[in-house]
Design a protein around this ligand. Sequence first.
Ligand code: ADP
Ligand code: UDP
Length: 240
Amino acid sequence: MDTQQLLYKGKAKSLYATENADELLCVYRNDTSAFDGEKIVQLDRKGMVNNQFNAFIMQKLQQAGIPNHFIKMVREDASLVKRLKMIPVECVVRNVAAGSLCRRLGVEPGLELKPATFEFFLKNDALHDPMVNDSLIITFGWATQEQIDQMKTYTFAVNEVLKKLFSDAGLILVDYKLEFGVYQDTLILGDEFSPDGCRIWDAQTKKVLDKDRFRKDMGDVVEGYEEVAQRLGISLTQTA
Ligand code: ADP
Ligand code: UDP
């Protein structure tokens, strides 16, 4: 039971206060949403799969020198994290064209993007997360130029680490979304890296193994996430 004070209930995770003011308990729920929260369902096991997936990835990134908020897993569906002051933008890197890039630019899905692209989106469901740029971010005070530069550098550094990790497992990291925040005056990676916030395809068959299975009603959503986890060597514990 989560007896601590609930500080924030998002679409997929809940953040609780802990006895340490600098740390939060991040609980991954089974709620799954798409289209800015318009479509929401509960998917069995998703919370615990994403928590353990994220823990594995965040530790890989720490080993590669990319600082992030992850401290430790405390339950199969929850982790302790550093409490950040979040920067309200999403950083998206794409290695292969899919999703909104194709809708916006009329690009064929599956086109390899070289070099990989970078986009900022404002975190605002009511406005449908509009695309923004450095100029808007600075003018509206969402981040400084230095923070923008750091977010780009870290987001591309993550790409180098994870493209290889996935490719070694016969998977393509198509695109992904990262969020950053500030901890004791330092910008670090926050939020999560899981199949809820990225696209992953089988390298041979191009089978979709991420949240697009939910967006497009393809079925076997969590089974897709579990297949990726298993291929990355993540041993999922489940008591449910
Ligand atoms: P959303 O807010 O988009 O519905 P979630 O359900 O994933 O998304 O909620 C998690 C929320 O917690 C997000 O708003 C995210 O920016 C924020 N967050 C993630 N990591 C941290 C952290 N370490 N400290 C404070 N807030 C965080
Ligand atoms: N993404 C996300 N949260 C968002 C928007 C996008 O996690 O609010 C992820 C999405 O899962 C994909 C990548 O960012 O891996 C790029 O998403 P895109 O811009 O193509 O938007 P979509 O097609 O999902 O609307």
